[in-house]
Ligand binder design. Structure first.
Ligand code: ITT
Length: 202
C-alpha cells in the first residue's frame, strides 16, 4: 500500500519535534494537526495509554479519512502509585508550568531514597487506518526522580528524570541520545516495523 501522508494527532510541540527527528527516514510526509489546520479538542477519557492513543488516532482518522498516528505518554512514579501516569499532562492543571509540577513531584518524594525513586516514561503509539484497522506499539524507559531539576533539552518532566546509564537527566541528554533510548523512540521504531509487516511502504 502506498502511503503519501500520515497525520500525527498531537498538539504538543515537544513531542512533535521528537517524532519528526525519530521518523526522519520515512519516505512519506508527516503532518501535524497544526499543519493540517485542524484545531480539535479530543476528550482523553481512557484509563490506559493504549485507550487514549487509540481515541486520538481514531477521532482524527474519522474526521479526515487519512492514516493517523497518535502518541499517548506519561511519567509513572512508583512512590506515587504510578501517578501521574495517563494524567501527566493534566497533573496539577494542564496550564500549570512544569517548574511547579516538577517541584511538586520532588517534594512528594522527599522521604524516598535510592531505588524508592524509580520511575518510567511510557509511550504508546496508535495508528488508525480509514478501513478501521488499528495498530499500537509501546516503549518505556526506566529512571529515577532526581533531587532537583537539571537540563534545558526536551520538555515536560525531562528535567527531573534521571537516567542512571548516563548519569544525566533526560533534559541534559543530547536530543539524538534521548531519541535513541527514549520511550518515544522505542515505540515509534516498533510502529515502523509493524507498518512494514502490514505491507505499508512508508
Ligand atoms: P497530545 O495529547 O496533543 O499529544 P499531550 O501533552 O496532552 O499532547 P499526553 O496526554 O500524551 O499528551 O500527555 C503526555 C505528557 O506526559 C506530556 O504532556 C508530558 O507532561 C509527559 N511526557 C511524555 N513524554 C515525555 C517526555 O519525553 N519528556 C517529558 N515529559 C513527557
Amino acid at each position: 500500500m502506498e502511503v503519501n501522508k500520515i497525520i500525527f494527532a498531537t498538539g504538543n510541540e515537544g513531542k512533535m519535534k521528537e517524532i519528526r527527528e525519530i521518523m526522519h527516514d520515512i519516505s512519506h510526509k508527516i503532518k501535524s494537526l497544526k499543519e493540517e489546520g485542524l484545531e480539535v479538542h479530543i476528550e482523553e477519557n481512557g484509563t490506559t495509554f493504549e485507550e487514549n492513543a487509540i481515541i486520538k488516532a481514531k477521532t482524527i482518522c474519522e474526521m479526515t479519512g487519512e492514516i493517523v498516528m497518535a502518541d499517548d505518554s506519561g511519567l509513572e512514579v512508583d512512590y506515587m502509585d504510578k501517578q501521574p501516569g495517563v494524567y501527566s499532562a493534566r497533573y496539577l492543571g494542564e496550564d500549570t508550568p512544569y517548574s511547579i509540577k516538577n517541584a511538586a513531584i520532588i517534594k512528594n518524594l522527599e522521604n524516598a531514597k535510592g531505588d524508592e525513586r524509580s520511575a518510567r516514561f511510557v509511550c504508546v503509539i496508535a495508528t488508525a487506518f480509514p478501513d478501521g484497522r488499528i495498530l499500537t506499539s509501546r516503549g518505556t524507559i526506566e529512571g529515577l526522580i532526581d533531587y532537583q531539576e537539571r537540563g534545558e533539552n526536551g520538555f515536560g518532566y525531562d528535567p527531573i528524570f534521571y537516567v542512571p546509564e548516563y548519569s544525566l537527566t533526560s533534559a541534559q541528554l543530547e536530543p539524538d541520545v534521548k531519541n535513541r533510548i527514549s520511550h518515544r523512540g522505542k515505540a515509534l521504531r516498533l510502529m515502523k516495523e509493524k507498518l512494514k509487516n502490514e505491507g505499508i511502504d512508508c
